[in-house]
Design a binder for this molecule. Sequence first.
Ligand SMILES: Nc1ncnc2c1ncn2[C@@H]1O[C@H](COP(=O)(O)OP(=O)(O)OP(=O)(O)O)[C@@H](O)[C@H]1O
Length: 307
Amino acid sequence: MFNQPLAPRETQSLDSPVMTDSILTVNNLTKHFKDFTLKNVSFQLPRGYIMGFIGPNGAGKSTTIKLIMNLLRKDGGQISVFGLDNLKYELAVKNRTAFVFDENHYYEELTLRKMGQIVASFYKHWEPQTFDKYLKDFELHSNKKIKELSKGMKMKFSLAVALSHGAELLIMDEPTAGLDPLVRSELLDILATMIQDERKSVLFSTHITSDLDKIADFVTFIHHGEIVLSTSKDDILEKYGLVKGATDLLNEETKSLFLGIKTHNYGFEGLVRDKEMARHFFNERAVVEKPTLEDLLIYTARGVQHD
Ligand SMILES: Nc1ncnc2c1ncn2[C@@H]1O[C@H](COP(=O)(O)OP(=O)(O)OP(=O)(O)O)[C@@H](O)[C@H]1O
């Protein structure tokens, strides 16, 4: 069912949760910079799921996210959030969206309580009790100043803010970058809990693919400003295959089966889109295993570079 195109319902009611299957639809999004172009980026995030947005450094993840949040001006395409155009209904979209990114955008000298009060005034549906509950759960003392927080604590504070205004869509740009494994694991648990409310969705950009192995339902992979694939994680892990064999199996014909290949002293490893086809083709001569998302990222990036 995950691969079916989801038709967003263009209901333009602003406050009530819109019953649409797709909470975020990006269609043919284009942005030109001097040395980089985001090319016709399209994907859909269904309501109630977590999507990992992966790609190597400079692939266009932050640019796409900034365009969704209207922090950059697009050159073409459409973005609809909750079935609403993100520019035309910017305020309504922002009230229902939480944005967490890997930079501190709070006043260093303020206490968490004071900062919370200021942030509260930006949102229509601020929930003070929820905010206090998260500060407590995350062991953040409300009388501490922002500048006294560690990187992990700042991330938790951003998350407490993000989760306290009834947002249905949580967009996180590299939230796990620079966090220790314990805090990363806590963050993933929080997201998994959040998603139990089936109205909520998370778009999560990262190049730490092991985080996505644990929690993502969908994966959208961007490379050189283009979407390479956008599908359910299970679909990728079931269909794609990592082939391992002796180098003498490689010739012009067999090489064309691979999205990316790495050769070493003992043989080769390569990623194929169709595991069953590779099993059939190589028969007993090669081993075909389930890839990880990291394999997918590495081999697809290699393959595309070598085209
Ligand atoms: N304001 C800008 N002006 C010019 N070029 C830009 C601007 N913002 C981003 N770029 C370029 O766009 C490309 C994509 O950058 P982007 O930040 O979207 O990548 P990313 O996938 O988020 O990378 P990373 O994982 O390193 O954060 C890069 O080549 C970057 O130099």
